[in-house]
Write a protein that binds this ligand. Structure first.
Ligand code: GUN
Length: 324
């Protein structure tokens, strides 16, 4: 779909529905778990470590453990107080590394400021690194070796591929160079023969660069930053941002034709918006909505990684091709 020539004839943009793709993946994971158990294996175990009481992190960890359990994975959360020391947290990770029933370990980020997240992530046994943040996992990813790929970029690629969006040979511009999303996504797109450009806060002429993209990935965490001036007609837009809007006038301005968003605002006092101004989606060939685009894939892909970890640890590795 959407070869460059399509740009001359833009039509109604296609919505890349993350909820549907995530439901498919979660059903596949549940099937895989059933097969593993039917073959005499142990159900996979995923333990999340949550330090402190950051409300967003609590929501994310809650949805990860709920989804785990729905797929037959044994999900657990270790809640530690915000004053937990580095030594205590490292000892907790050591305990999980040594626990045979734990296949996947996830330390929810961000950690409180006094903790050194790099050292904590490096302490996780790479065999249990279902987040794919350990330097060994990162190195393997860039070497195109089998590894755990971070869930959000993995989910983006799944969403594109399940919707038949062509990647090979396309000009992809990734705005945002985080370890969690931008960098690993670049590795995945390069592996699929996209021409990848990174952009970030110091990039000059960002609008022009974005307008040259056939695949534009917005991952900077700034509400509605990318407007029509960043999106050329016919672009595929992936919006990774999840930002909370609490200003009624902003909701009215950004969603002029979406009365249901204003209703949500009236009920909850806020609505979610991505990094892309929703009015700019009209120019796209296809786009990921917020909410319901990339977000649901992150949880689904974490479950995929957890079952892979369990299969490897139990010596029942899945079929080749798993280093997606
Ligand atoms: N914080 C935001 N996203 C993530 C994620 O994918 N994994 C972890 N561990 N923390 C996060």
């Amino acid at each position: 779909m959407t070869r460059p020539t399509d740009r001359e004839t833009p039509s109604e943009p296609r919505i890349l529905d993350g909820r549907r793709a995530a439901a498919e993946i979660r059903a596949e994971v549940a099937d895989d778990v059933r097969q593993l158990v039917a073959a005499g294996g142990r159900p996979p175990g995923l333990t999340a470590v949550l330090v402190g009481d950051d409300p967003a992190s609590q929501v994310y960890v809650g949805s990860k453990t709920r989804a785990s359990e729905e797929a037959g994975i044994v999900g657990a959360v270790l809640r530690l107080p915000s004053e937990t020391t580095q030594v205590e947290l490292l000892a907790t990770v050591d305990g999980l590394n040594a626990d045979d029933a734990v296949d996947g370990i996830l330390v929810q980020l961000p950690l409180p400021g006094h903790l050194d997240s790099s050292r904590v992530l490096e302490r996780i046994d790479p065999a249990k690194d279902v987040d794919g943040f350990h330097p060994v996992s990162v190195g393997r990813l860039w070497l195109d070796r089998e590894t755990f790929v971070p869930a959000t970029p993995s989910g983006i690629v799944e969403l594109l591929e399940r919707n038949g969006v062509e990647i090979e040979g396309r000009r992809a511009v990734i705005v945002g160079r985080s370890h969690l999303v931008g960098k690993p996504l670049a590795a995945l797109l390069l592996r699929r023969n996209a021409t990848v450009t990174f952009a970030h806060s110091r990039t000059q002429d960002l609008k022009e660069l974005c307008r040259g993209a056939e695949l534009l990935v917005a991952a900077i965490g700034r509400p509605a930053f990318f407007g029509e001036e960043h999106v050329a007609p016919g672009t595929v837009v992936v919006d990774v941002g999840i930002n909370r809007l609490e200003d009624r006038a902003e909701v009215e301005r950004l969603f002029p034709d979406r009365p249901e968003r204003l209703e949500t605002f009236e009920r909850r006092g806020s609505v979610l918006v991505g990094d892309v101004d929703p009015r700019a989606f009209a120019r796209a060939a296809a786009y990921t909505p917020v909410p319901g685009g990339v977000g649901p894939l992150t949880v689904a892909c974490l479950l995929v990684n957890t079952v892979r970890a369990a299969r490897r640890r139990q010596g029942t590795a899945a079929a080749p091709g798993e280093s997606r």
